[in-house]
Design a protein around this ligand. Structure first.
Ligand SMILES: [Ca+2]
Ligand SMILES: [Ca+2]
Length: 77
C-alpha cells in the first residue's frame, strides 16, 4: 500500500533523467525501487508493468500511468 505522495517520491527517484517518465531502462537501473513498484502494481517485472499499463505505448510509464496501475491493484491509499 502507498499514498500518492509516496508514489510520487518513488517515481521521482526512478526518473533518473527527470523527463517526467520512467523508461524500462530506468526501471532496470534501480532494481530495489522497481521491486517496490512491482509489489504495488501486482506485476512480476518491469516488462509486465509496461505491457499492462503503458497505455500510450511510448515505452515508459508516466506518473498518471503508474497511479492508475496502483489504483487497479487496489494498493493506493
Ligand atoms: Ca526518465
Ligand atoms: Ca506511457
Amino acid at each position: 500500500m502507498a499514498t500518492e505522495q509516496e508514489l510520487q517520491s518513488l517515481f521521482n527517484k526512478l526518473d533518473l533523467d527527470q523527463d517526467g517518465k520512467v523508461s524500462i531502462n530506468e526501471l532496470f537501473f534501480s532494481p530495489g525501487l522497481s521491486a517496490v513498484i512491482s509489489a504495488e502494481t501486482g506485476t512480476s517485472s518491469p516488462r509486465e508493468l509496461l505491457a499492462q499499463y503503458d497505455s500510450d505505448e511510448d515505452g515508459s510509464i508516466t506518473f498518471e500511468e503508474l497511479k492508475q496501475a496502483v489504483e487497479k491493484a487496489s494498493n493506493l491509499t
